[in-house]
Design a binder for this molecule. Structure first.
Ligand code: PLP
Length: 353
């Protein structure tokens, strides 16, 4: 770091994203991307004509995308805000609803960015441990008087809370925003979008990165009461009014409209997840009950770090986190059936060594 860096920023530990190696071809099961191509409708929408239009700014109101999203989710356009990835919407939400005197509550084992953003914006973190089995007790979140963020299904465990349990948390915190990060909801979770008209304190955040094949386009949607969305727009228009680029607006709209492709690809992931879980369990692995596009698994025959390194040597990337409670676990993204077959064969070879 330079001598010019502000001391408060020097104290922040940035998030470490999963590896995106450019040197060799890996089977990439480490960042929860989709193994499938974007819908053909997306590829058609990002036409040469649209590329030519890049000389013009994008629509700061994102009107066409909002119209498609409103129709898809049964909401009004004023209840939705697109972001440059759901990361940006989550950041905007923390900027809008938390500060030095208004902490953020979240689980000890969850998405790492929540804590990083708290550090960056001097927001106190109220970290609430999950139970021994990595499930969450909703009562731990009752009457907190703090903004809350829950990943549902959670990452990196994949465990989901039923909608009714989140409703309990919403009711028990009427004067605070409850952010539900639904990055993985399309793989078997229960979305809270149907609760939006009932709870003015509910903000749902979804992404196009995991279930819509657009991780590299950077697109997410925040959905909630129109007043909450106006608050997020206040942050956006104070920072970067053209936060979504033209090609991404087109791609996102086409992806939302191709519901058949969306349903087919997420169903394929759910099937492959079931097969992979069964295969791992046959080999004595502990595998959590995942409603996401990854499995969280461990074995007492090899520690997590060793297994991660040996898989990498054999051309397969998975995610290993060095946090105390989950050191022995691996997060394995669900790929195509062929990729998972290769994964199991490689694992068998490693376990025999
Ligand atoms: C992947 C992920 C995100 C970020 O998604 P982007 O839309 O790619 O920014 C947010 N929250 C969770 C829990 C995630 O797993």
């Amino acid at each position: 770091m330079s001598k010019f860096l502000s001391p408060t920023l020097a104290a922040v530990t940035p998030y470490t994203p999963g590896e995106q190696p450019q040197d060799q071809q890996y089977i990439k099961l480490n960042t929860n991307e989709s193994p499938y191509l974007p819908s053909p409708a997306v590829i058609a929408a990002v036409s040469e004509h649209e590329v030519e239009k890049l000389r013009l700014y994008s629509d700061p109101a994102c009107a066409d995308l909002l119209k498609a999203a409103a129709a898809h989710f049964g909401l009004q356009p004023e209840q939705i805000m697109p972001g440059n990835g759901s990361d940006e919407n989550l950041f905007f939400a923390l900027r809008a609803f938390c500060d030095a005197d208004h902490p953020l509550a979240y689980a000890d084992i969850t998405y790492g960015c929540y804590g990083v953003w708290c550090g960056l914006m001097h927001i106190p973190s109220h970290i609430i441990p999950l139970k021994e089995d990595f499930t969450l007790d909703p009562k731990d979140y009752y009457g907190l008087n703090q903004t809350i963020v829950l990943a549902n299904p959670n990452a990196p465990t994949g465990i989901a809370l039923p909608r009714a349990e989140i409703e309990g948390i919403l009711k028990a915190n009427p004067n605070n925003v409850v952010i539900v990060d639904e990055a993985y909801v399309d793989f078997g979770g229960e979305s809270c979008v149907p609760l939006i008209d009932q709870y003015e304190n509910l903000l749902v955040v979804q992404t196009f990165s995991k279930s819509r094949q657009l991780a590299g386009a950077r697109l997410g949607l925040a959905m909630g009461n129109a007043k909450l969305i106006a608050d997020l727009n206040r942050v956006k228009f104070s920072l970067n009014p053209y936060n979504i680029n033209r090609l991404t607006l087109k791609a996102g709209q086409a992806a939302l409209e191709d519901t058949a492709y969306f349903d087919r690809t997420r169903a394929a992931i759910v099937d492959t997840r079931a097969w992979t879980k069964q295969q791992l369990e046959q080999r004595g692995f502990a595998v959590l009950d995942s409603r996401s596009n990854f499995l969280f698994a461990s074995t007492d025959r090899k520690d997590g770090d060793t297994l991660y390194k040996e898989l990498k040597k054999n051309g397969i990337l998975v995610r290993h986190f060095d946090a105390p409670r989950i050191q022995n676990w691996l997060r394995i993204t669900i790929g195509t059936p062929e990729q998972m077959q290769t994964f199991m064969e490689t694992l068998d070879k490693i376990m025999e060594e």
